[in-house]
Design a protein around this ligand. Sequence first.
Ligand code: CO
Length: 461
Amino acid sequence: MAKIAVTETVLRDAHQSLIATRMRTDEFKDILETMDTIGFHSLECWGGATFDSCLRYLNEDPWERLRKIRKACPNTKLQMLLRGQNLLGYRHYPDDVVRLFVKKSVENGIDIIRIFDALNDIRNIEVAVDETLKNGAHASGAICFTLSPIHNLESNVKLAEDMEALGVQSICIKDMAGIMGPQDAYDLVKALKENVKVPIIVHTHSTTGLGLLALQKAVEAGAFAIDTAISSFSGGTSQPPTETMVYALRQQGYEVDVDEKVLKQINDYFKPILHHSLQTGLLNPLVMGTETDALVSQIPGGMLSNLVAQLTAQNKLDKFEEVLEETPKVRKDLGYPPLVTPMSQIVGVQAVSNVLAGERYKNVSSEIKSYVRGEYGKAPGEINPALQKQILGDEKPITGRYADLLEPGLPSAREYLGDRAASDEDVLSYVAFPAQAEAYFEKREAKKKKTFNYTVEKIED
Ligand code: CO
């Protein structure tokens, strides 16, 4: 029977999905050495929202976190999630920034970089893939899985083939909304296996309850690896549970190379952290449940709750049904972008605006304008010509790669920061999240001074 590799997500996606990425390095550092002994294919532990969260909320240096994990886990591959040309932020960065970011990620300890683009535009991942390979790390190309009249097996296979041509060493099916059914998973893995040579990895979420079924069928179709979260941090908007999948796969005769006794130790370690998050209100118990509305509306769970929040803030919750009907129409007008960050927010905000204004596209957000101009990349399908005309007038949309139009970003950042940046890593933190990084540098400096004064006083004693 086939051997199935397991990637554990508790250090990244699981807490990003359940507790807004707020787990501190101090909270998990004592279990890292144990996690290193277990035989995971990889530990997803960095990238995604962890970088932003470290600087913005946790007063931590994200690079320092990575180095600590690396030191404690010399035997397990460390994996990060990277949003192609957007890196870990929400805008397009110039190529010099993307290249240095990837280089420093590898230097500080990353082995596998999973790279995706929200629009599945291959041009937005090519530089990150190239730099990953140059630095001797493993580049994994991720397909954002979405359902629409223009997304099908053929389009996904084509994307995978293009990624393989770039040199990626594995392909991940990334079902960020947990809407991939078992048959979707089976058919897609099978089609990919028939058309590309590199191993296939499947990433999903338990949001709608389909997760376990999708992973099961993906394995049957020949997936090489699955992403799971240790059970206390699994389920709901997080990944399906590690121990459950290991148990189920072994029962069917698959070989899974992890030690279940150690899995229990890991789970026992993380369980109180989750319970504590519940007590502090960081964990909303609702996210642990099963949310099947997405199967009817085709709108991801996270986006549905955002729409409710937007309408509640404006005291217009009575318009919810109308917004639910408007959302797929806006998505269609934009050529069916996958509803993943940042497109889910952009589509949602516009749908709410269309309904509340009582007139479609009376107000158009600046993000929609950038999108229609082509700044996010190529729309998967055709943008509604009338909308395009309304926004662009006679201006031509960009058809090339947007990053080609950007000036290098590092020289001005280095000049601006001067001595405040102690390293290239600092410069990158600043470029990615300027305000948060500056605030962090200030706090770090203040802390240093405090320690120094203290030492001086001690000597004077
Ligand atoms: Co995910």
